[in-house]
Design a protein around this ligand. Structure first.
Ligand code: HPA
Ligand code: ZN
Length: 326
C-alpha cells in the first residue's frame, strides 16, 4: 500500500533490538557447522517451525539455546553485520542494540571476544552502510544482582564501547528492585539506564523501574496502561517507550494486533517508538513492525512520522546529533 511504501522510505532509529535475537536460522546453521556445534534441529524449516511461543519463557528457552552457536569474535561480527544489512534495507540510520554478555560468559566465551566482535560489526556497518550504532549491556534478571555486578566489573575495560545498560529475560518474579545497587553503579560510571518493564510484569514493576532504577528509557511498558497514575506520569515525563508489536503478538502479550495498546498510548500523549526486539524469532524487522501495526490499528501517516521522529529523539545520541538527524 501507499502507507507501506511511505513507512519503508522513512529514516528511523531502532532502540530495542537484542542482537542475539537477530540470529536467523540460516546463520545459526552456518555457525553450527563452522564451529562444530550440534543443534537440535535438522533443517532451517524445523527451526522456524519451533518458533511457536505461548509466553516469554517459551521464547527465552529457545533463544538462549540458539545462542550456543556463537563462539568466536568473527561469529559476533557476522551476527552484528547481518543485522545491520537488514536494518539498512529498512532505512534504519541509527540502532542502539542490546547484547546479553552473561549468555556467553556463562558458556566460557570471554567478555572481550563478544564485545570486540560486536564492535567490529558496528564499525563495518558505519563504514559500509552508513548506519551508526551504540551498544547496551543487558543484565539477565533471572540471575542474581551479584552476577550483574560481576558483569559490570568485566565491562570496565570496555566501558567506552557502551552507551548504557539494560535489564531483560524472565520478568515475573524478578522485579527491578532486585537490581537497584547495580543500576546505581552503572549510572555512577556514566551509562544510560534502560529496563524491560511491564511486558509480562505488573504495573508495580514499571513504578519500580522509574522510582528505584531511575531509568532513562523503558522497554515495552505495555502493562502501564492498567494504571492511571502510571499513564499520567509516563506522559508527563515524556518517557520514551520502546514498543515491539510483533514481539507482543508472538509472545501472547496481546491476543491480536488489533488489540495493541499503541493507539491508546498515542492518545494519552506517550513518547512511543516501534522496534523489532528479536526479529529472527518474531517474524519481522522494524518496517514489518510499523506496517503490520499500522494496518491492524489504522495508524495515520502523521502518527507514523511522529513515531519515527520519536525514535531519534528517544535515542542516546547527543542533542546536536539528534537535531542533525531529525
Ligand atoms: N523480554 C525479555 N527478555 C528478552 C526479550 C524480551 O522481549 N528479548 C530478548 N530477551
Ligand atoms: Zn526486548
Amino acid at each position: 500500500t501507499d502507507l507501506d511504501a511511505f513507512i519503508d522510505g522513512l529514516p528511523k532509529a531502532e532502540l530495542h533490538l537484542h542482537i542475539e535475537g537477530s540470529l536467523e536460522p540460516e546463520l545459526m546453521f552456518a555457525l553450527a557447522q563452522r564451529n562444530g556445534v550440534s543443534i537440535p534441529f535438522d533443517s532451517v524449516e524445523a527451526v522456524r517451525a519451533a518458533y511457536d511461543f505461548s509466553n516469554l519463557q517459551d521464547f527465552l528457552d529457545i533463544y538462549y539455546a540458539g545462542a550456543n552457536v556463537l563462539l568466536t569474535r568473527q561469529d559476533f561480527e557476522d551476527l552484528a553485520f547481518a543485522y545491520f544489512q537488514r536494518a539498512a534495507a529498512d532505512n534504519v540510520r541509527h540502532a542502539e542494540i542490546f547484547f546479553d554478555p552473561q549468555t556467553h560468559t556463562d558458556r566460557g566465551v570471554p567478555f572481550g571476544v563478544v564485545v570486540e566482535g560486536l564492535i567490529a560489526g558496528m564499525d563495518r556497518a558505519k563504514a559500509e552502510l552508513g548506519v551508526t550504532s551504540g551498544l547496551i549491556l543487558s543484565f539477565l534478571r533471572h540471575l542474581s544482582e551479584d552476577e550483574a555486578f560481576a558483569t559490570l566489573e568485566r565491562a570496565k575495560p570496555y566501558l567506552h564501547h557502551f552507551i548504557g545498560v539494560g535489564l531483560d529475560s524472565s520478568e515475573v518474579g524478578h522485579p527491578p528492585s532486585k537490581f537497584v545497587r547495580v543500576f546505581a553503579a552503572a549510572r555512577e560510571v556514566g551509562l544510560k539506564l534502560c529496563a524491560h518493564a511491564g511486558e509480562e510484569g505488573p504495573p508495580a514493576y514499571v513504578h519500580e523501574a522509574l522510582d528505584l532504577l531511575r531509568i532513562d528509557r523503558m522497554d515495552h511498558g505495555n502493562r502501564s496502561m492498567e494504571d492511571e497514575s502510571l499513564i499520567a506520569r509516563l506522559a508527563a515525563e515524556q518517557m520514551t517507550l520502546t514498543v515491539c508489536p510483533l514481539s507482543n503478538l508472538k509472545l501472547c502479550v496481546v491476543k491480536d494486533l488489533r488489540d495493541h495498546p499503541v493507539p491508546e498510548m498515542l492518545r494519552r500523549g506517550f513518547h512511543v517508538t516501534l522496534n523489532s526486539d528479536d526479529p529472527a524469532y518474531f517474524g519481522g524487522y522494524v518496517n514489518e513492525n510499523y506496517r503490520q501495526l499500522a494496518k491492524a490499528v489504522g495508524l495515520t501517516r502523521e502518527q507514523v512520522v511522529q513515531i519515527a521522529r520519536n525514535s531519534f529523539e528517544g535515542s542516546f545520541l547527543s542533542e546536536v546529533d539528534k537535531a542533525a538527524r531529525i
